[in-house]
Design a protein around this ligand. Sequence first.
Ligand code: SF4
Ligand code: SF4
Length: 374
Amino acid sequence: MTIESPHLGGHASAALAEADRLMTVCNSCRYCEGLCAVFPAMEMRRAFPDGDLNYLANLCHACGACYVDCQFAPPHEFDVNVPKNFAAVRAESYQAYAWPRALAPLFARNGLAISLIAAACVAIFIAVFVGVHDSAALWGRHTGAGAFYKLMPHNAMVVLFGVAFIYAIVATLLSVRNFWRDIGAPTAGRHQPRRVWQAIKDASTLRYLDGGGVGCYAEDERPTDNRRLYHHFTFYGFLLCFAATSVATVYHYLLGLAAPYAWYDLPVVLGTIGGLGLLVGPAGLLHAKLVHDPALEDKSRLGMDVAFLAMLFLTSLTGLMLLFLRASPAMGILLAVHLGVVFALFITMPYGKFMHGLYRFAALVRYAQERHLP
Ligand code: SF4
Ligand code: SF4
C-alpha cells in the first residue's frame, strides 16, 4: 500500500520515519505503558514497519498524557512528541488507504476540497429547486403528509441519496480493508466476535481518551474530560440521526406514513435529540481543537478537522431549521440547503475525518486480537 523510500530509512514518509525513531526511544523507556493501548502494543514489537506504525498511530487518541509525562519531550534533545507525530501519521494513513486511489488527493487540501464540494452541492440543489418550480410553489406553504415531496419526488430522493449512501459505504469499507490488510491483522478466528465486542466497548466509551485516568490535556497541564464528552455528543447524536432516518424509512414503506411527521413521532424525537447532540458535540470539539495545546497538534491538518466538524454541525443546523420552519414559506429553500449539505456529507465521508473513527475501531479490534482481550 505504501511506497518505501531509501532516503527515509525504508519508510514511505518523513512522519513515518520519525514515528519509527520515537517508538524505538519509547520502547527503551516504557514509562508510559499504563497510559493507553499504544504502548502495550508497541512493546509487542522490536521493529516498526509502516503498517505497524499506522496501526499504532490510529490507536492513539491524542490525549496528550504521554507528552506531558515525558522526560524526553522538547526541549530535551531526544525531542519526543508522540501525539503530534502520530497525528501526522494518522492523517497520512487516511490518504494512503483511500479507495479509489484516484480520489486520495482529496485528503491533501481537505478543508478546501470539502468546502467546495459542499458549496457546489447546495448550489446545485437550490438551482434545481428554483429551476424546476415556479416561485408560487417554491415559496408557498406546504403542510401535511407528503409536503416535502411536492418539491422533490420521494422516488428521486430515494434514488439519489441511496446511490450516494451506498457509494459512501463501499468506499469506506474498501478503505478500511486496505488498512486492515496493511496492519497485518490475521483473518478472523473463532475468538473474533469477542474481540470485536471488546473493541465496540472500548470505542463506545472512548476508553483510551482518558489520559491514563485523569482526562485529556488541552491548552494547559490541567486535564479534563471535555474532549471525550463532546466526542460522545457527536457520535451518539450521529447514531440517533441515523436511527431517525431508518425509522422514517420503516414508517414510509411498511406503515405507509409519509413525512413530515408530528413532533411526537419517533423519527422526529430521535432526529431532534440526535440533532442537538450534533450541534453541541461538533461545536465543543471545534472549541477544544482551537484551545488544544499547539505543541500536540499537527496544524497542517486543521482544515480537515474543521471541515468535518462543520459538515456535521451544518447537517444538524439545517435539519433542525427545516423541522421548526417546515410550515413556513422558507421550507422550500431550507429543504434544498439541507439536502445539499447531507448529500455532500455522504459523498465526502470516505475522503475526510469521518474515516478516523473507522480506522481507530479497526485498530482496537487488532489490539484486542493481539493482546488476546478479553
Ligand atoms: S513518551 Fe517519553 S516517557 Fe513516555 S515512553 Fe516514550 S520516551 Fe518514555
Ligand atoms: S497521546 Fe494519549 S493516546 Fe496517544 S500515545 Fe500518548 S498517551 Fe497514548
